[in-house]
Design a protein around this ligand. Sequence first.
Ligand code: 4AD
Ligand code: MG
Length: 464
Amino acid sequence: MTEIKISELLNKDKAGKIYKIKGWIRTARQSKNITFLEINDGSVINNLQIILEEKNIENYESLLDDLTTGSSIEIEGLLIESPAKGQEVELSASRIKIIGKCPSDLYPLQKKRHSFEYLRSILHLRSRTNTQGAVVRIRSTLSFSIHKFFQERGFLYIQTPIITGSDCEGAGEMFRVTTLDLANIQKNDEGLVDYNEDFFGKQTFLTVSGQLNVEPFCCSLGNVYTFGPTFRAEKSNTSRHCSEFWMIEPEIAFAGLKENMELAEDCLKYIMNELLILREEDLNFLDKWVENGLITKLKNIVNKSFKHITYAEAIDILANSKQQFEYPVFWGTDLQAEHERYITEKAFDCPVIVTNYPKEIKAFYMRLDDDEKTVSAMDVLVPGVGEIVGGSVREEREDVLIRRIKEMNLNIEDYIWYLELRKFGTIPHAGFGLGFDRLVQYSTGMTNIRDVIPYPRTPKNALF
Ligand code: 4AD
Ligand code: MG
């Protein structure tokens, strides 16, 4: 007899044979001679209905007490076309074995709908819910599709370090990595912490971005990407910020803003298209229960062109809108979430790529435009989430880069190796960071980023 996943069983072609499945009871409806179980094994959002009839099962009555929500079981039975509405097939059980009991009075997941806040306190059980099951499967599919997209285009996957000595974004939002005894810190003659005594003999941090470390590979091997965890000690308690998140960062050689924008749009179109094909059931579920219109939204990503505007145009749109913003709008200000959402939701209702931001509000490595006021940056904004991609052309002129590092009060000594990429055979190149967790948020319609990350880390919160 074949042991099989429920995802493969749930269509009529499979009926008429005996199968074995293993999973967890979602619901049990018992009566004297017959019991209906809904079993989920994680392979698909839908449950398999099991019919247990007293006449077919040995010790039927003695099993009943243990057939509770949450118990794990193994079942063998004949798959039949279902006479009832709601499912195409069901399994008529001939043998059942309880693997792990689940005391219903203690089980934190009851049959009702639990709030997302409550579920965040039981992360170890959260993935047993329908919504989380869908989110986790979508997360996995998106991750694989991203690798596929870049691999098919010949990009090399580079593993950049998690522990680093350089602050890529220059925003000073880094978590320190140290083995110094915090209760007994050694100071040097100048009264400063002596990092010579630290594990690496210098100050080190968790990376905020793999970009600086991936650029050398772009400047030697051509198109590359990195996809890994990044960390930011920013105290933003919002629905789209996490202290630990994953980022996809491609870097394209001999390329400028146009190629960069095309790559970001192609990438999003490709992965959304794959998702619509591979995760249809999960998306249907989320469209019904989490975000009405989710599927249409994702199809629009695939089928419609993204809108392109400059930062200056974005400021004009915001300044001329009737909406009252909390943060004032003027040329030079950083776009806040409310501004980004107005542009992508109200002004256009589609993904919008905003380019050429003022240099003061962007990182030192972004290429200075000829007006010397703006840089060749590009952010992709999407409805609901706002900024999902941030990227730029990189400053490839050594003298301009030195000037920018100094202007931004960064320590030039830290960037000697980065400057050498410009000294020795420099090339125009560009790249971006696609925030993976915001992508999952967007693709699932979940409103809070904490609900799409297996173990979310936010200020004052690192459960499990
Ligand atoms: O715009 P950011 O800061 O860009 C960079 O880090 C560049 N070095 C990327 C590059 O050019 N290679 O971050 C990129 C993306 C954002 O657009 C956002 O989607 C996501 O990373 N992001 C966050 N996601 C969750 N929580 C946070 N705290 C995030 N900060 C940025
Ligand atoms: Mg950004």
